[in-house]
Design a protein around this ligand. Sequence first.
Ligand code: BTN
Length: 253
Amino acid sequence: RYGLKTNILGSHIHYEESVDSTQKVAHQLATDGACEGTIVVAEEQISGRGRMDRKWISPKYTGVWMSVILRPQLPPHRAPQLTLIAAVAVVQAIEEVTGLTAEIKWPNDVLINGKKVTGILTEMQADADRIVSIIMGIGINVNQKLEDYPEEIQPIATSLAIEKKEEISRAQIIQTLLFKLEKLYQLYLQNGFQPIRILWESYAISIGKNIKARTLSGTIVGKAIGITDEGILLLEDEAGVRHQIYSADIDLE
Ligand code: BTN
C-alpha cells in the first residue's frame, strides 16, 4: 500500500505511466462500479483537463496527477461542499510536508506567494436525488523548474520545488494528502460542512476582498462576503445586491 496511512482512500490504486487524463480513467472505473477510495495516479497526462474547459499541463515525473473516487450518500446539491474539502486537504499537506504557507483562492486554486501551485477539478455522476460518485481530480505542481513553464505563465504559476528551492518527494505529498483528505472527509460526513467551512475560510484569500468574478454568462464585480452553507461563493455588488456564484474565475481587484 505504498506506505499509505489511510483506511479508505487508496484502498485500490490504479497507477499508470501515461494517460489522457486521470479524470477520464476514474470516470470509467466509477461507471464500472469501482469502490469508494479508488484512486488513479499517473506519471504524465497527455490531455490533462482543467476547470472551465481548459487544459492542465501535466509533464512526466514532475507533479502529482491524481483522481479520487468518492461515493458519499448525499444529494447532488452538497457536491460544492466536497470540492472545498480537497483544497483544505492540499493546503494542509503542503504545509506539513514542505513547511510552506499555502492559501486558497475560491473555489479551489491553491496558491503559494500568490502563484498557483495546485488545481482541483471535481466532477460528479448523479441521479436526480443522490450522488452516484464524485471524481476529485487534483493536480499539484511539485518539481517543475521555473524555466519549464511557458514565459506567459511564469508570473502566475509555481511549483513546490520552486518555492522551497529543493526537490520534494511526490510520494510523500500523495501519502500526506490522502491522509488529510480522508480525515476531512470523515469529519464532513460525521459533523457536516461547518467545521470544513471554518477551515476553508481560514485559508482563503478572497473573502472580505473586492473581486471580479468572470462567469460564463458575464463578469460581476463586488466584495466577496463568504461562502454559503452550500459551499457557494457570495458576492455583494456596488448596489448591495448579493449574487451566488456557482462557477467562475476570480481576480482580486
Ligand atoms: C484547474 O485548476 O483548472 C483544475 C486542474 C485539475 C487538474 C487535475 S490533474 C489530475 C486530474 N486529471 C485531470 O485531467 N485534471 C485533474
